[in-house]
Design a protein around this ligand. Structure first.
Ligand code: NDP
Length: 254
């Protein structure tokens, strides 16, 4: 369908070699976009590129450490140098350290804010001038259920993901006149490396999520593909500043 066609679009996905980022890269690539996946780990990048190639997705990987502003700026420059433009930015790189609030070292706490929230600002700012040049752009920021709820063992994560939603609204408001749509996606509990560790840290989590989620199951990373295509495409040109749960109903179950 033409509304969802991403042919000729260039998309950059931070954390594109991980669970949710990779699933989004696949979906956007299969809708026609050229995708650039960026992460710190060269091996993971390489493996993801092999898989994307096997699906005939036009793709490239780049190394970035999103906590470093120069690295983010360089990443965006490299994409534009290579492809002549950038159309879609997915701020997906993220991390967590689970502890009670009083147990965090400050540098652990700020490392989570830096990775999840500050990087979203840094990459969006770096992308803005290229979006403005072509009078269009799509930014998708990855929030969480903890954009809505406070995690007892995740004060930094909750603060960062709450911040992502407010930052999304602010950027959407400011850049709407430049035809840039900025939206957040709030994944529910999705089976990835990040949550595999969570299930080690919190043994009852597996069952608790199954019981609370109306869909009756954990999410698969591929469950995030459709929203990524929608928010990247012309189908969402009048949608901006939203925070859309993709959670099997988890957040509406009281
Ligand atoms: P993964 O651990 O599978 O992926 C995390 C990705 O982030 C990896 O690709 C990793 O790449 C990248 N990354 C982490 N730190 C940095 C950094 N400093 N610089 C560059 N890249 C970095 O986890 P998920 O797929 O689950 O997480 C993706 C996003 O989804 C995160 O923002 C997470 O908070 C969010 N989310 C996940 C949920 C879930 O249930 N899984 C629920 C709600 C939100 P590399 O190691 O190469 O640096």
């Amino acid at each position: 369908m033409k509304l969802f066609n991403l042919t000729d679009k260039v998309a950059l996905i931070t954390g594109g070699n991980g669970g949710i980022g990779f699933a989004m890269a696949k979906a956007i690539g299969e809708a026609g976009a050229t995708v650039v996946i960026a992460g710190r780990n060269e091996e993971k990048n390489k493996k993801s590129i092999e898989e994307l190639n096997s699906l005939s997705v036009k793709c490239k990987s780049l190394i970035v450490d999103v906590v470093n502003e120069n690295s983010c700026n360089q990443l965006i420059e490299d994409v534009v140098q290579t492809y002549g433009k950038l159309n879609i930015l997915i701020n997906n790189a993220g991390t967590n350290i689970r502890k009670r609030p009083e147990e965090y070292e400050l540098k652990e706490w700020t490392s989570i804010i830096d990775t999840n929230l500050i990087s979203t600002f840094t990459c969006s700012k770096a992308a803005f001038k290229y979006f403005k040049n072509i009078n269009s752009g799509k930014i998708i920021n990855i929030g969480s259920m903890h954009s809505l709820f406070g995690a007892p063992l995740g004060s930094a994560y909750s603060a960062s993901k709450g911040g992502v939603v407010q930052l999304t609204k602010s950027l959407a408001n400011t850049w709407a006149k430049d035809n840039i749509q900025v939206n957040a996606v709030l994944p529910g509990y999705i089976d990835t490396t990040l949550t595999r560790q969570a299930r080690v840290d919190i043994p009852k989590l597996q069952k608790r999520v199954e019981e609370r989620t109306p869909a009756g199951r954990w999410g698969d990373p591929d469950d995030l593909g459709g929203i990524a295509v929608f928010l990247s495409s012309d189908a969402s040109n009048y949608v901006t500043g939203t925070a859309i749960p993709v959670d099997g109903g988890y957040s509406i179950n009281g």
